[in-house]
Design a protein around this ligand. Structure first.
Ligand code: NAP
Length: 519
């Protein structure tokens, strides 16, 4: 019988009524769990979070909240093997995919636990230095950041059920804002189990974290101007949130992390057999196939100098043909299935849309024989490389994100054209450049920086220690303009600003510095 995943609201586990939504194993399509949010008391849960969770968190110092984060990270570490198993059966993760998600979650919590020690026994943050406002030094102005008195609603995408939970919650908890987290229903089991382990461990104050497991229902209609919605998911759902009646009427703070057509470009200077070329090829294959390409930071567009297009194509085809698609429980498998039937349908039709303008070098939308799986079962798709020989800004691949192991290789003639093609993606989370030619890199960075949240500059010197572009780091911001949603998360202390209100104090310097001492 499928396990029922309950929600944790107002410090109690509660099951929804009515028909339950099944969660399935994407390798064999068998139901593994079920959930419902129908009939749950959402207004009461929001009120409980604000009243009980918010008050307790605000009474704690940054250092105390940091200690909580440290313990939460340890619980994830202790539960690692169990969570890897859930990633395999509910999200189609290979062992390595699941580790990426789970270890990323623990590392992000630890990063913010460390950051908390630098903020110490305080409950506010000074925003830059104060400034004199009058003729004497006495009239003084100082900006400070204080926690909002609301609740944070975290709505997450299906692809990172562990990391998505942790990267948002680490920041809101440190900022002292209570959270209601809502994972995507299809892969909610991992999030559910982490929250369950945290509650069992007794680490979290009542109301600091609630879990809504299943569809969102009327949750957002209870929000006010002190509340925050941090959303990760598709551009279509983001558009719905932007026009949500309550969110717009009450000016609820909304942060959007949406989709992105991330690019990787090989510079004209990179030689055959060089470390930089190997890094480029390895990063492309990893960022197209890890988590079966279901990463917002996956590489979707690959650019090579025109005269080298065919040789790069050959090298990529060779590497893609080594990928072994199958049931993640089978140890021969290196790439698992997509997470749901809906994703499979979207990816297949997406490949066909791209293939109408490009040639398929390897892969395609047709069914694929998967290791350890009975014929026709499971949501499998082959790693797919397309080639577009005459790219233009208006190409469908600059408008449509295929959320699977799919990328298109294209030529460019010079830095100017490369900038124009990359920028045609309409705003992205991360793009990467592989070159040691400073003039070329400077020109391209200058041209594409306004369109991105992060740029990875890789080359020969850093080849041994480069971190692949799809790895989101808590030290650096995650987000991007335009298509990517216009949001910003993480980035060390920058991430806290979503949950804090900046207020300017104007008055007697001695009084202001007594209340909010400079550090
Ligand atoms: P999605 O369908 O937009 O769903 C995202 C979340 O929104 C889920 O929790 C979903 O809940 C919820 N949701 C759906 N309808 C809603 C509504 N009307 N009001 C409030 N919440 C609603 O996206 P997805 O398929 O899970 O994720 C894939 C997309 O996310 C891709 O486009 C990818 O690029 C993007 N993504 C972006 C980032 C980033 O950091 N920028 C990271 C990961 C993924 P249910 O599951 O219950 O429907």
């Amino acid at each position: 019988m499928a396990t029922e995943l309950k929600s944790y609201l107002s410090a109690k586990w509660r099951g929804g009524s009515g028909k339950k939504t099944p969660l399935v194993n994407p390798s064999n399509e068998e139901p593994v769990a079920e959930t419902s949010t129908e009939g749950l008391e959402l207004a009461e849960a929001v009120d409980f979070s604000r009243r009980v969770g918010g008050r307790t968190l605000r009474s704690m110092t940054f250092a105390q909240r940091g200690e909580v984060l440290r313990k939460l990270a340890k619980v994830i570490g202790d539960a690692r093997e169990e969570l890897i198993g859930l990633g395999m059966i509910n999200a189609g993760n290979t062992r390595s995919d699941a580790k990426f998600d789970i270890d990323g979650a623990a590392a992000t919590l630890m990063f913010y636990a460390e950051l908390a020690t630098t903020l110490g026994e305080n409950r506010f943050i000074l925003d830059a230095d104060g400034t004199s406002l009058g003729r004497s030094a006495r009239l003084y102005g100082q900006h400070i950041l204080v926690p909002r008195h609301g609740v944070a609603i975290h709505i997450n995408a299906f692809n990172f059920p562990a990391w998505g939970l942790a990267e948002k919650f680490a920041v809101s908890l440190l900022a002292a804002v209570p959270t209601i987290t809502k994972p995507a229903t299809a892969t909610a089991w991992m999030t559910h189990r982490i929250v369950e382990r945290w509650i069992e461990a007794g680490i979290l104050p009542d109301g600091a974290l609630s879990l809504l497991c299943g569809s969102i229902g009327g949750l957002l209609s209870h929000l006010t101007g002190q509340d925050v919605v941090a959303f990760t998911g598709s551009g279509e759902t983001a558009a719905r949130l932007r026009s949500h009646e309550t969110l717009s009427a009450n000016n609820v703070h909304l942060n959007v992390e949406a989709d992105s057509l991330n690019a990787a470009a090989l510079g004209p200077d990179v030689a055959i057999g060089s470390e930089a070329l190997n890094l480029f090829l390895a990063d492309v294959v990893k960022e197209v196939t890890q988590k079966a390409g279901q990463k917002c930071t996956a590489i979707r567009r690959i650019y090579a100098p025109r005269e080298r297009l065919d040789e790069i194509r050959e090298m990529l085809v060779e590497r893609f043909s080594d990928v072994r698609v199958g049931d993640p429980a089978n140890e021969k498998t290196t790439m698992g299935p997509l997470a749901s039937a809906e994703q499979l349908k979207g990816v297949r039709s997406g490949i066909d849309r791209l293939a109408a303008e490009s040639e398929v070098a390897i892969g395609g939308s047709q069914p694929v024989a998967a290791i350890g799986v009975e014929a026709r079962n499971g949501y499998f798709v082959a790693p797919t490389l397309l080639v577009r020989r005459e790219p233009v800004s208006e190409d469908v691949l600059n408008r449509h994100e295929v959320f699977g192991p799919v990328a298109t290789l294209m030529p460019y003639v010079d830095a100017e054209q490369l900038i124009q093609l990359i920028a045609a993606g309409g705003g992205g989370l991360v793009s990467s450049l592989y070159s040691d030619d400073r003039k070329f890199v400077g020109e391209v960075v200058g041209g594409i920086a306004p369109f991105h949240g992060r740029l990875v500059l890789a080359g020969e010197k850093l080849a041994g220690q480069s971190i692949s572009p799809g790895t989101v780091l808590p030290q650096l911001i995650h987000g991007g303009p335009g298509r990517a949603g216009g949001g910003e998360e993480l980035g060390g202390l920058r991430g806290l600003q979503l949950y804090l209100n900046r207020v300017a104090l104007q008055g007697d310097r001695a009084l202001i510095q007594h209340l909010f001492p400079p550090r």
